[in-house]
Design a protein around this ligand. Structure first.
Ligand SMILES: *[C@@H]1O[C@H](CO)[C@@H](O)[C@H](O)[C@H]1NC(C)=O
Ligand SMILES: *[C@@H]1O[C@H](CO)[C@@H](O)[C@H](O)[C@H]1NC(C)=O
Ligand SMILES: *[C@@H]1O[C@H](CO)[C@@H](O)[C@H](O)[C@H]1NC(C)=O
Length: 172
């Protein structure tokens, strides 16, 4: 009896320690100490669903990278996404966003890149294209994950996350 209790306790504690491991251990996901700045749209700017809106994101050049890649998302929720939602590949986790506008690259020294440069405006999807049921009372954010490659040199890649609240309005 004592022996079975011991086995049970040992099993139980190994289950507990397995679930208590850090959620993200390998590879580590590093957060950049600096982030770029969303210039446009501005906080709570109304954006018509299905319409174009001006877009400007100033990348952070804190470590002088040749390329500044970033991905633009629309997220839904009372709060903006958190850095925990950034995956090892620099995306937002499935379920953490309702639309992806695409990945763009700023080439700081005019070098050729495989991804397009950021456009001066983006098209807000129609409600049918969102991975959610649109409600006028929902809160939405435009969220950007910027990638910093090899800077500082001892860390292969770091990411930053920036968000601004938007007011999505249905088209007439
Ligand atoms: C769509 O939303 C559901 C529910 O949040 C989620 O499980 C799924 O991963 C999402 N799909 C994408 C592509 O984000
Ligand atoms: C985003 O991160 C928060 C905090 O860790 C977590 O509660 C939430 O489930 C995450 N969302 C997704 C879709 O991974
Ligand atoms: C959006 O940008 C494209 C190309 O950058 C341009 O042709 C179009 O006129 C712009 N639309 C608006 C509403 O600014």
């Amino acid at each position: 009896m004592l022996f079975t209790t011991f086995i049970f306790t040992a099993l139980y504690s190994s289950v507990v320690s397995a679930t208590a491991l850090p959620k993200r251990q390998s590879p580590a996901i590093w957060q950049s100490p600096y982030s770029g700045t969303l210039v446009s749209p501005t906080t709570d700017q109304p954006v018509v669903l299905g319409g174009d809106f001006p877009f400007e994101y100033d990348v952070s050049s804190w470590c002088e990278p040749d390329f500044a890649p970033f991905t633009v998302y629309l997220t839904e929720g009372r709060e903006p996404p958190v850095f925990d939602n950034v995956t090892a590949s620099g995306a937002l986790a499935d379920g953490a966003f309702v639309f992806e506008f695409g990945k763009f690259v700023v080439s700081r020294f005019g070098l050729p890149t495989s991804s397009p440069p950021p456009p001066s405006n983006l098209t807000m999807p129609t409600p049918e294209t969102l991975n959610t049921t649109f409600r006028t009372e929902s809160r939405f954010y435009l969220s950007i994950v910027e990638e910093f490659d090899g800077c500082p040199g001892d860390i292969a890649v770091e990411y930053s996350l920036t968000s601004v609240a938007l007011k999505l309005v249905p088209s007439e």
